[in-house]
Ligand binder design. Structure first.
Ligand SMILES: O=c1[nH]c(=O)c2ncn([C@@H]3O[C@H](COP(=O)(O)OP(=O)(O)OP(=O)(O)O)[C@@H](O)[C@H]3O)c2[nH]1
Ligand SMILES: [Mg+2]
Length: 197
């Protein structure tokens, strides 16, 4: 395999995937890289698995090719697992990273450090013509800071401090993020398939 379509329009995810796939010599294409204009796919599921499958299967069917999709998000324990599957649209359907992370910070006002535990979750769904969809889940544990710090990454990276670090995910280089991230931890489980295909 020389090229793989990833059923996403998220440029932050694609930056991660570009780097993660480069070691396999595979070029990844997002829905924004295709010639055809692909309408937004409605994420109607209640779980990361359901939403990842919806995205991967719609595009795999359309092109008759293997397609990977990523559904991911932040689970904050003090917020009962929110924003979870609603991470991209937590502060509204305009899907603004800055508004989303400020909503989390606001809701966490007054919550003590030891109660600020959280994790990033990434579920990858690999849909292939005539085959059952394969799921892989990766997580990255950490806690929520009190203000946004750092310029790298995307989404909630500026407020997420991974375990064993004293800086946010947005202060890590992309190489550092890609050694510990939820996305990396999910993708590594597909390594055998990637090498065989
Ligand atoms: O700080 C972060 N670092 C990450 O590494 C990360 N991964 C996911 N997220 C958050 O979770 C939403 C995914 O929602 P999501 O899977 O529906 O994706 P999306 O709607 O943005 O794009 P698409 O892939 O569906 O086209 C994203 O928008 C982000 O808010 C992250 N935040
Ligand atoms: Mg989405």
């Amino acid at each position: 395999m020389q090229k793989l379509i990833i059923a996403t329009k998220n440029k932050g995810k694609m930056k991660d995937f570009n780097q993660l796939f480069s070691k396999y010599g595979i070029e990844v294409l997002s829905l924004l890289d295709l010639e055809e204009d692909i309408p937004d796919i409605e994420e109607t599921g209640d779980t990361f698995e359901e939403n990842a499958a919806i995205k991967a299967e719609v595009i795999a069917k359309k092109f008759h090719l293997p397609v990977l999709a990523d559904d991911s998000g932040l689970e904050v324990d003090a917020l009962g697992g929110e924003p979870g599957v609603y991470s991209a649209r937590y502060a509204g359907t305009h899907k603004d990273d800055n508004d989303n992370l400020h909503k989390v910070l606001e809701k966490m006002t007054g919550v003590k450090e030891e109660k600020r535990t959280a994790r990033f979750v990434c579920v990858l769904a690999l849909a292939q013509p005539e085959k059952a969809t394969i799921y892989k889940r990766g997580e990255c544990e950490g806690h929520i800071g009190v203000e946004p710090v750092g310029e790298n990454g995307f989404g909630y990276d500026p407020i997420f401090i991974p375990n064993n670090y004293n800086k946010t995910m947005a202060e890590l280089t992309s190489e550092e993020k890609n050694q510990i991230s939820h996305r990396r931890n999910a993708l590594i489980q597909l390594e055998e398939w990637i090498k065989e295909n």
